[in-house]
Design a binder for this molecule. Sequence first.
Ligand SMILES: NC(=O)C1=CN([C@@H]2O[C@H](COP(=O)(O)OP(=O)(O)OC[C@H]3O[C@@H](n4cnc5c(N)ncnc54)[C@H](O)[C@@H]3O)[C@@H](O)[C@H]2O)[C@H](O)CC1
Length: 520
Amino acid sequence: MTRDQAQARPPEVLLDAPAVRAIDERLARAGLLELVMEEAGRAVAQAALSLTAHGFATHGRVLLLAGGGANGGDALVAARHLHAAGLDVQVLAQPSRHPLTRANRARLRAVGVQPALLTPAALGRALGLTGPVPALVVDGLLGTGFRPPMRQDLAHLVTLLNAARDRHALTVLAIDLPSGLDAASAALPDVTVHADHTVTLGGPKPALVYGPAAHAAGQVRVAGLGVPHAWVDAHAVARRPHDDTVAALLPQRHADAHKGDAGRVWIVGGHAGTVGAPVLAGLGALRAGAGLVTLHSAESGVATLAVTQAPELMARTHHDPGAALAAELRAGRRPDAVALGMGLGPDAAHLARQALTWQLPTVLDADALQPDLAGAGHAQVIWTPHPGEAARLLGVTTPDIVRDPIAAARALQARLGGVIVLKGGPTTIASDDGVNVSRGGHPGMASAGMGDTLGGILAALLAQRLPAPQAALCGVRLHARAGELAGDRHGYGLSASDLSSELGHAWKILTDAHPRNLLR
Ligand SMILES: NC(=O)C1=CN([C@@H]2O[C@H](COP(=O)(O)OP(=O)(O)OC[C@H]3O[C@@H](n4cnc5c(N)ncnc54)[C@H](O)[C@@H]3O)[C@@H](O)[C@H]2O)[C@H](O)CC1
């Protein structure tokens, strides 16, 4: 690890149910589990208080729903803190055999709050069917211990809650994750609590960052719980690096920089009808700092378009791109990185196989992403599938990929090696270093050409000597940050060109906000 990396904050981690169980066991062995539940309940109470302070729930009763497990225990602790803060709390609880949950029920009684049994009738009354509605409902029914499908009695309660939320515009705050979500899955089950806010404990669950499950969570805040980072990190299913980590990895350039040192990129792509793809990749590469970008294509329309769109791009048309590029290499004209596949069409598989023998840092995209390339890659290859391409590579369906992008990215990495950039909102990056999930982005980025631009950015960073895992982290975050800036400027619908033109600004914002060594 470099000094710059050492200065960065530890990344946020993503936790699934087995991870939470393993951490709990470690906490229990250390005699800390009870303290951590107290911390969790306090964090939930804090969030509830801040909601009331911000006017979401300005007055009235806070209704807390406690299930039988530790999630319910968190709700009971929260109820005690809210009662201590002077709020009017009402608690409906399921019976529990969990020792800490039972202990916290007793503590709640000891301070004068008597939980009532959670039944459909009690819930209906508490939700305002026959009286005033609560100002805030806290969902502590099910957390990471939930095993789908949901039992019928509980499903009935969740349906009642959702209906009341819709009818009375109730504010719902979920503990750890909305009840009914499977922590590891991006799927949104039919019966799930729909929350406006979620306080997630120890680290976000995959269900809270990937859609459509994440749509049920509302605004998510993370409560750290004071568990040692190393304990949490050891069990994490993925990391979500902060921007200071990314900024510390970005290449730096000195004032005497020369275009020949700034990275030479070849973009190999384009076919009749898709001549724009390599041009967009070229623009991305230029804006991400590549010194010299050359487009290579069998389709002459690529060069024509490049001249009008960006005269800074060099473009060459080859009758046989494979033979022409091999001749370039034999003549000693080696690029620092290659991006191949953007709009390339049927030649892509054969050219990709050839490019992999060059042992150059390489980005493979679109038509170049073929299952029979498994085993032909190397450590400096970045594969950039979207879910449909990932499904083709793994021989599964697109919904299989979308349901669990972390597992999909891992499986792709095991099969193909190098680095996988599984595109989406968010993008999932898998390498030998583990899995990272990107931050940020903008819904307007769901438009044609965004992936081509990303391919160009990644190639530019590889050409500037970033190892593939770091190039992937930086490139994906730069792309997302530029998308955010383009969203600020253009609003809803974004084009890849809008995004490219924000890349320099995105880079500057990331590095200005996180200066890494002022003495350098
Ligand atoms: N390290 C941490 O992050 C901590 C998290 N905490 C909280 O603990 C829960 C997980 O607690 P656990 O007891 O394992 O499970 P749950 O409370 O989520 O659920 C158990 C509860 O649910 C019932 N149940 C399970 N499946 C179903 C089903 N299909 N239908 C109906 N009911 C079901 C089961 O019978 C139990 O009663 C985590 O989310 C955090 O909130 C700790 O507080 C501190 C450390």
